[in-house]
Structure formats: C-alpha cells, structure tokens
Design a protein around this ligand. Structure first.
Ligand code: TPP
Ligand code: MG
Length: 540
C-alpha cells in the first residue's frame, strides 16, 4: 500500500517537492502562502526571503541552473506573482527548471472582489511549460509532480501552480508521491549518423556548445565527442568552461575566423539566435543538435538537426566509426588566431588608465578568482567585457541572464549561488544601471548571512544605450545616471560593507578585502564613461 501523507496544503506540497530534490524556498512574505511557510518551519526546510519577488525567482533560477534540479520560488497572490514574471520568462528562455508556487484568492468567493484576486494562469502560460490552478487539497502532490516533471523534461523550463486560499489552508490525507520519472527524449539514429558523418568528414568543422549541454548533464560526452572527432569547441551561456581553458580544442577568441572559414558548424544545445548571427555562418553547413524537437530552428535551413537527449547524441558522435578527415592544420591555424586574441586581451587587461577601463578590472579580478568561483553578469557593456575577459575554468560557474537579457538578475542569482555553494567565491559583475534593480537585496543577503562580492562598473551611464543612441542620433536621452555615486555606501547602510576605487593600483587590494569580508561587499569602481564596448557585429 502506498505511504500516506497527512497535513494542510503546505505540508502536502512540501512532501512532493522534497521527492523531486527541492531543498529550499525563496520567497517574499504574503498571507496567501503561510501554510507553505508553516510546513517549512515545522520541518526545518530552509526559507530565504528577499525584497522584491523577481529576486526570489532569479535565486530559484540560479539554483536550477547551477544544480540542474528544480529551484522553488513561493510568491504571494496577485502582485507577488506578477512581480515574478520577468524571472519566469528568463527561466523559460534559459530552459531552467524553476517552479513558482503562487498564492491565489479564495475560489469559493471568486468574482466577489477578494484582495489580490486575479487569474495568474493566463498571464504566465506563455512563459511556462505547465501552468495550472490546483482545485482541491488532495490534488496538490499530484499537481506538483506534474509541474516538476514538465519542468525537468527536455527541453526544460519553468512551471507554475497557484493554490486558492482554501485549497492551501485545508487538510487532507493523501498517498505520498512516487519516485520522479523524467522521460528521456530518444533521437532519430539516422539523423545522428548523418550529423556524425558530416562532422567527421568536414575539412574545417567547428562546434559551438551552449547551456543545454550543461543543463542536460552532457559535458563529459561533449568533450568525448570533440576529442574523438578532433573539432575545435566554442561555448556560450552555461556551456562556458565545458572544456577547460588549456584544453587543445578549447577556443574563445578565434570565433570570427572559425565561423568565417568553417565548412560545417555544429551548434549544440543552444538556439540559432542573435548571439550566433541567427545561424548564418557564410558557406558553412549547419548541424543543429537540440535536446527536443521543439528546439529545431524554423528560420534557417540546417543540414541535419538531431533532437533528443544530448548525452545519447554526443556519445554516438564520439563512437562514430566512419571515415575522418584530418583537422590538425585547421586547429593549428585557429590556435594561432586564438593566441593572438589572447595577447591582445592580456594587454588590455594590464593597461593603466585614468579613469579605469573595465578591461583592467577583469585583469585584476582574474588574479584573485579561484577556479571554482561563480561569476554572475548583470549589466550592459560592463558584462559584455566580463564575457570577453573572464574565462570560466569549470562549467556551471558562469551565470549570465541569457537571451532574454533581463537586467536585475544580480543579487537574486548571487543568493541562489551562495546557497548552492556556501564556501566558494561568488562574484557579481554589475553595471551601475543594473544595480538599481536588485541592490536592496544586499539587505536580504546581509541579514541571512549570505556574503557575496559585488563589483560595480560605475560609468555613471546606461552605457549600452547611451553610446548606440549617440551613434544613431548624435544625442542621447534617458541614458544618464549620477556620476561617481557611492553604491558601496548603499550596501554599508544595508548591513554589508564596501569601498570606492578610483585608481587601478587600488583594485587588487580592494578585491582581496572584498573576498575576505564575510559580509556582502560592494567594490564600486569608477570607470571611464567614454569607453564603449566595441560592437561590430551581433556575434558579440
Ligand atoms: C529589465 C531591462 N530593462 C532595460 C534593458 C535595456 N538595457 C540593456 S543594457 C542597458 C544598460 C545597462 O547599463 P549598466 O548596467 O549601467 O551597464 P553599462 O552598459 O553602463 O556597463 C539597458 C538599459 C534590459 N536589458 N533589461
Ligand atoms: Mg553603467
């Protein structure tokens, strides 16, 4: 006989969540969701709270991205849920298995004008894989299981459930949920063989690997495939660091020559979107390897597009036994371009200038970051530089907002990262504009003893908007911030610490102090507002 669980809706939800490996919730208080808090409080399930609901969803997303298991945000009815929609949308674009549990005005008097009465489901349906209202207390475990199964099935993504007040507060005695069963998407073996043949026989093949390779736990299989077929690998998103920086097939700087000259480009686990020039690589044939048929590109013609579990597909590529072209000359040529790019970067990262240029900040940061440090980008130009100058040494350590490009992920992602890794360096690279979205959560981090380092590239402008607007119109509006502001003092006022840096020689010691501080610490670096990230193409 199935084991029974008994309790109010909060107890039932938590029992189901635990079965799927959820170990904490991120939330901002509201009476509609009290039973979820009660269940957590009684059973020692950690609750982390924030100052804006979007930080709760971003924190849950960081947990989902870093740990490849569901992240949970609990949001109160109405504005709690609507404040979380940018977070849900980011999770949707990033294939992050986030579950948002929302409170909901009582069903029994729906339409009478209860506080915060709104039907959330139509609002969140377009940006979730599963969205439903739970109509009875006894249905809670089954609905949580359905939502999490959808979230964890490739192509992964967020799910949403809302729980009417009386459904969550009532008690029931129901069967405990069984062990999770996540379906594996089987690729078509013909297509996989076709892809393997194309790559093995190409003269100048390139692999670009993205977030789903990490999310699908296929990093080792990617490496095996690249090594077996001898193909240079570029990465983006959570794929960064998939091959360690010193690996003979790991490339970052030679992207332009690689994509201009390649005859076959395999894009694995990432969409053919603006980050990849929409999948047009000159004369190259494109192999698009995706984790589910829904992810095949509709806007560009591909040579072949195997869809299914990336571990299975990449293992098949590694085991391909047909004819292979020799790629060593191609790899050597790219290595020369890579080395030249690295030398240029090293020069920029060491350059003295007054005011400081962002490149120098990353030069100093690289000296103090441990190989397993988690770095988080939240901003415009300052984060483009982070993407260029920081080289994650391990996969699953770089968090960017992804193709939805939502500013404001910073401190939410930092909270999720700190909860995931209590002892690693966690470092947010933040624009001064981006700081406005989440800096208040320095209070949440300080109060809950979650130290992180925040490095603000403070150019006094919305740089990524001001420079293009100047170039386009010869003037700019709505692109200025107050120059020289002391964002470090904001964090000090909220229970953390920090300092302002104006000279490049002061950067190193300031960063050392920041990582040793044991409290949220903001290093406010005044940078050159005239410096603009060079954007000559949408491959940036
Ligand atoms: C929520 C949201 N609002 C607006 C934008 C548009 N946007 C993209 S980058 C950017 C400027 C960011 O400025 P800052 O954080 O100071 O970084 P900087 O470019 O100055 O280095 C803006 C406004 C966005 N991506 N997301
Ligand atoms: Mg700025």
């Amino acid at each position: 006989m199935a084991e029974m669980i008994e309790g109010h809706g909060g107890d039932l939800a938590l029992a189901a969540l635990r079965a799927y490996g959820v170990t904490e919730m991120f939330t901002l208080s509201g009476g509609h969701v009290f039973p979820l808090y009660d269940a957590a409080h009684k059973s020692g399930f950690p609750i982390y709270d924030v100052r804006h609901e979007q930080s709760a969803v971003f924190a849950a997303e960081a947990v989902a991205k870093l740990q490849r298991r569901p992240g949970l945000a609990v949001l109160t009815a109405g504005p709690g849920v609507t404040n979380g929609i940018s977070g849900l949308t980011s999770a949707f674009f990033n294939a992050s298995p986030v579950l948002v549990l929302g409170g909901r005005a009582p069903a029994f008097r729906w339409g009478s004008g209860s506080l915060q009465e709104i039907d959330h489901v139509p609002l969140v349906s377009p940006v979730t894989k599963y969205a439903a209202t739970v109509t009875g207390t006894e249905e809670i475990p089954g609905e949580v299981a359905k939502a999490l199964t959808a979230a964890l099935t490739a192509h992964r993504g967020p799910a949403f459930l809302d729980l009417p007040l009386e459904v969550l507060f009532s008690s029931e005695d129901v069967a405990a949920p069984g062990a999770p069963e996540i379906p594996v998407v089987q690729p078509d073996p013909e297509q996989v063989t076709q892809a393997a043949t194309l790559l093995a026989t190409a003269e100048r093949p390139v692999i670009i690997a993205g977030s789903d390779v990490w999310g699908g736990d296929a990093i080792a299989e990617l490496r095996a495939a690249a090594e077996a077929l001898q193909i240079p690998v570029f990465t983006n998103g959570m794929g960064r660091g998939a091959l360690p920086p010193g690996h003979p097939l790991a490339f970052a700087k030679a992207r332009r020559p690689a994509l201009n000259e390649a005859d076959v480009v395999a894009v694995i686990g990432t969409p053919l979107d603006f980050r990849l020039g929409f999948g047009e690589f000159g004369a190259a044939r494109v192999v698009h390897i995706v984790d589910a048929p829904t992810q095949r590109a509709g806007h560009v013609e591909t040579a072949v597009s195997p869809a299914g579990d990336l571990r299975l597909i990449l293992t098949a590529l590694a085991e391909h036994s047909g004819r292979r072209a020799d790629h060593s000359e191609w790899i050597e040529g790219l290595r020369a371009a890579e080395d030249a790019g690295k030398a240029r970067d090293a020069e920029a990262m060491a350059a003295e200038s007054d005011p400081i240029k962002p490149a120098r900040i990353y030069g100093e940061l690289r000296k103090v970051l441990a190989p397993d440090a988690v770095t988080i980008g939240d901003g415009g130009d300052f984060v483009s530089y982070a993407g260029r100058f920081l080289e994650p040494a391990q996969p699953g350590t770089w968090l960017d907002p992804g193709p939805y490009g939502c500013l404001g992920t910073g401190l939410g992602y930092a909270m999720g990262a700190r909860v995931t890794y209590p002892d690693r360096q966690i470092c947010v690279l933040m624009g001064d504009g981006a700081a406005g979205f989440s800096l208040m959560d320095a209070e949440s981090l300080a109060r809950q003893e979650l130290p992180v380092v925040i490095v603000v590239g403070n150019n006094g402008i919305w740089g990524l908007e001001k420079h293009p607007m100047q170039a386009m119109y010869g003037y700019d509006v709505a692109a200025d911030l107050q120059p020289g502001l002391h964002y470090d003092r904001v964090v000090q006022a909220l229970g953390g610490a920090g300092e302002t840096v104006e000279k490049s020689s002061d950067l190193g010691p300031a960063l050392e102090r920041a990582f040793d501080a044991g409290v949220p610490y903001l290093v406010n670096v005044l940078t050159d507002p005239a410096d603009a990230y060079p954007r000559s193409s949408n491959l940036a």
